[in-house]
Design a protein around this ligand. Structure first.
Ligand code: ATP
Ligand code: MG
Length: 281
């Protein structure tokens, strides 16, 4: 029997701030939904960056809406799903998620700190996705994450099928990439043996600078096929989208948007390879 939806759960994650995780999540969601895939974005960041981006872009009304924090408290995403546009939904981020660790601990305490109860600590998002049967309702569930090793990341790693890792071609980012990949390897050993790195997206590559070029080559030498062949360049227009919303009438927007379309197409090609599923026409 044909599956109703693809049901891929994907995390955009990297242990460094400001490398473009939220922007990549927003644009991947936008492109995938425009291609006809049904997409849910889950905004894990207490700062709600990706939520704010969609707010600016689509005049998304968030006041009075149920958020990720409400979802966590009720242990279900279903009451906290807000529609953005055709094929695109979001679980809105919440400042209250800064209390996530405490909430998880309280849930664990309510089980008398039992061993089974401890599962909640690492497994809550996974439990919610399965219990809500989100995989049969969405082609893609995309987690926008925060750049730390924490209960947030652990929960996302347990719940996800695939990781997409954006990295800048700067020495600091490459160092953080190593910790991200090491943490992934530990996660595979200890909590989710099915988790796969779909790829590393070289981000904000300024190929005019020698260092950027050299580091991109180093990255390709070290990680081989894991590195996307498409890259995301540093484009001023992306910062303008951040302020004014994605508007294709802003000069250079179409070309810049195409850069993200290419990343999505390569993502689908990579998924086809891993899953054997036909995703592109
Ligand atoms: N391709 C790009 N060209 C130029 N600027 C970009 C590009 N992509 C993202 N930016 C800018 O870089 C900054 C950081 O991006 P973003 O918020 O997506 O990163 P992040 O990794 O999610 O950060 P955080 O770790 O704080 O969540 C933002 O100001 C964004 O507008
Ligand atoms: Mg972010």
């Amino acid at each position: 029997m044909k599956k109703l939806k693809l049901g891929y759960v994907m995390a955009i994650n990297m242990f460094k701030g400001g490398v473009g995780k939220s922007t990549l999540t927003q644009l991947m969601a936008d492109v995938l939904s425009a291609m006809g895939f049904k997409v849910l974005v889950i905004d894990v960041d207490p700062q709600g960056t990706v939520t704010k981006k969609f707010q600016r872009q689509y005049d998304l009304e968030v006041i009075g809406k149920m958020t990720l924090f409400d979802a966590v408290i009720s242990m279900s995403f279903l009451g906290s799903i807000t529609n953005i546009k055709e094929n695109l939904d979001i679980v809105i981020g919440s400042e209250q998620m800064s209390r996530f660790t405490k909430v998880l601990r309280d849930m664990w305490r309510s089980t008398g700190f039992s061993d089974e109860g401890e599962e909640i600590f690492w497994n809550l998002f996974n439990y919610m996705i399965n219990n809500d049967d989100l995989r049969s309702q969405y082609d893609f569930v995309l987690f926008d994450t925060i750049p730390t090793v924490s209960e947030f990341t652990d929960n996302v790693y347990v719940a996800s099928d695939f990781l997409v890792i954006p990295t800048q071609t700067e020495q600091d980012s490459i160092d953080n990439l190593h910790s991200t990949v090491n943490n992934y390897r530990t996660a595979v050993k200890e909590v989710n043996s099915n988790l796969e790195i779909l790829g590393i997206v070289p981000y904000l590559v300024d190929t005019r600078l020698k260092t950027g070029k050299e580091l991109l080559i180093e990255l390709q030498e070290e990680y081989g096929d894991m590195v996307y062949s498409n890259v995301v360049n540093d484009k001023g227009v992306v910062r303008r989208w951040g302020r004014e919303g994605l508007d294709k009438s802003i000069p250079h927007s179409k070309k810049t948007y195409q850069m993200y379309v290419n990343i999505v197409v390569e993502t689908l090609e990579r998924l086809e390879k891993v899953t054997g599923e036909k995703l592109l026409n």
